[in-house]
Design a protein around this ligand. Structure first.
Ligand SMILES: [Zn+2]
Length: 351
C-alpha cells in the first residue's frame, strides 16, 4: 500500500498543525489548527477527507476545524470535544487506548501537555507517530512513551533548546513575588502553575472561570491524562483556593495570547495593575510588548527540550523525523543531534 505524508501546516515555523496522511483507501487529517497570529494565513483545506484526528484542545490544533466540511468524522477525546463547535460527527476516543480507521489501528497515549491531550500512533508504514504537543516534564500531566515507529512527526516547538524546567522555577517565583497576571490555556499550564504555587506554600491565587472549570474537572476525574494520584491534591487545592479576586497575588486567566478572554479584559481595565507574565508562546503583539518592556516573559516548558526529543527518538527508534512547529535553519545539525533523517518535504513510501 502506498502512503504519503504531507505537513500542510506546521513545518519550518511555529504554525498551526495540519498534516495529511493519505493511502489509496483513506485520507486522514491530523489536527486542524487555527492561527496564533491575528492575521495568519490560512492553510489550504485538503479535499475528500475521510477523518480528522485532533490531539488536544489548543487553538493551534483545533481552531481550523470550522473550515472543514460539516458532517466529517472527527476523532478526539471527551475534553477536546468540549471545545469544538457543534455540527461535527464526533467519535470519542480514549486518552490511552486504540481505535480503528478502516484497516488502520490507531493507538493513543497521554501527551503530558493538556487535559485530554493525546499522541497518535498509526500502525502502517512501519509505524507513523504524531505527537501533537508533548511534554515529559509536567508535574501534573502524564506522558506515556509510544511504541516504536519508523516515521515520527514531533512537536519541536522549542527547537534544540535544552534548559530543564525545574531550573526556571526560581525565576518564575521571583517574577511572581509582585502581583502578576499569567495568560494561560485552561486545559494546560493554568492548573499546573496553581498546583506548583500551592506546593510552594502560596495560596493567593485566582483562576478565571475557564481555568477553574478545568481544575474542577481534573479534581473530579483522571481520564488518563494526569499523573497518578494528583487528583487528590487538586481536590485539596480546590478547598483552599479563594473565590476569584483581583486582589490575588497571582491571577491565572485565559486566553494564552494575553489579548482575548479574561486576560485581555483584565489588562484593558484601568483598575488592574498586575504585571503581565507570559510563560508560553509569544505572538507578534506579545513579543513586541516584551521587547518594549511592557510585559515579562519566563518560559515554563510545556514542549520538549532537546534531551526529551532525544529520549523520544530512542524510544521510537524512528528513521525519519519531521520536526514540527519550529524554524529549521540547519538541517544537518538537527540530523546529527537527533541521529535520524530530518524531513523537510512530503514523504511518499509503501507500507
Ligand atoms: Zn498545545
Amino acid at each position: 500500500m502506498t502512503v504519503s505524508i504531507e505537513v500542510i501546516s506546521g513545518l519550518n515555523g511555529k504554525a498551526p498543525a495540519a498534516i495529511l496522511i493519505a493511502t489509496p483507501q483513506q485520507r486522514i487529517l491530523l489536527d486542524a489548527g487555527g492561527g496564533l497570529e491575528p492575521d495568519a494565513d490560512l492553510w489550504p483545506v485538503p479535499e475528500n477527507l475521510d477523518a480528522v484526528l485532533l490531539s488536544h484542545d489548543h487553538v493551534d490544533h483545533i481552531a481550523g476545524l470550522e473550515r472543514l466540511p460539516p458532517g466529517l468524522a472527527v476523532y478526539c477525546t471527551k475534553t477536546t470535544a468540549q471545545a469544538l463547535p457543534a455540527g461535527y460527527d464526533i467519535r470519542l476516543i480514549p486518552v490511552r487506548g486504540q481505535f480503528q480507521l478502516a484497516d488502520i489501528t490507531v493507538t493513543t497515549g497521554s501527551c503530558g501537555h493538556a487535559l485530554g491531550g493525546v499522541w497518535f500512533h498509526l500502525a502502517m508504514a512501519g509505524g507513523i507517530f504524531y505527537s501533537g504537543d508533548i511534554s515529559m516534564e509536567s508535574s501534573l500531566f502524564h506522558f506515556a512513551m509510544p511504541p516504536p515507529a519508523q516515521i515520527a512527526l514531533v512537536d519541536a516547538s522549542y527547537g534544540l533548546y535544552d534548559v530543564a524546567r525545574h531550573t526556571q522555577w526560581d525565576k518564575l517565583q521571583s517574577l511572581l513575588s509582585l502581583p502578576g497576571l499569567c495568560p494561560v490555556p485552561p486545559s494546560g499550564r493554568a492548573v499546573e502553575l496553581a498546583l506548583l504555587l500551592a506546593r510552594s506554600g502560596r495560596y493567593d491565587i485566582a483562576l478565571d472561570a475557564p481555568c477553574m472549570a478545568m481544575l474542577e474537572q481534573m479534581a473530579a476525574h483522571n481520564d488518563g491524562s494526569l499523573r497518578p494520584g494528583v487528583e487528590a491534591e487538586l481536590r485539596q487545592l480546590l478547598q483552599v483556593l479563594l473565590p476569584f479576586s483581583l486582589q490575588a497575588g497571582v491571577v491565572l486567566a485565559a486566553d494564552p495570547d494575553g489579548q482575548s478572554g479574561m486576560a485581555g479584559e483584565l489588562r484593558a481595565r484601568s483598575d488592574f495593575h498586575h504585571r503581565t507574565l507570559f510563560t508560553g508562546h509569544l505572538n507578534r503583539v506579545a513579543r513586541q510588548q516584551w521587547l518594549d518592556g511592557e510585559v515579562e516573559f519566563c518560559r515554563w516548558n510545556v514542549h520538549p527540550t532537546l534531551r526529551c526529543l532525544q529520549k523520544l527518538v530512542a524510544a521510537l527508534a524512528c528513521r525519519r523525523l519531521f520536526p514540527l512547529f519550529t524554524p529549521i535553519d540547519d538541517v544537518l545539525h538537527w540530523q546529527q543531534t537527533l541521529g535520524c533523517e530530518i524531513m523537510m518535504q512530503s514523504y511518499f513510501g509503501t507500507d
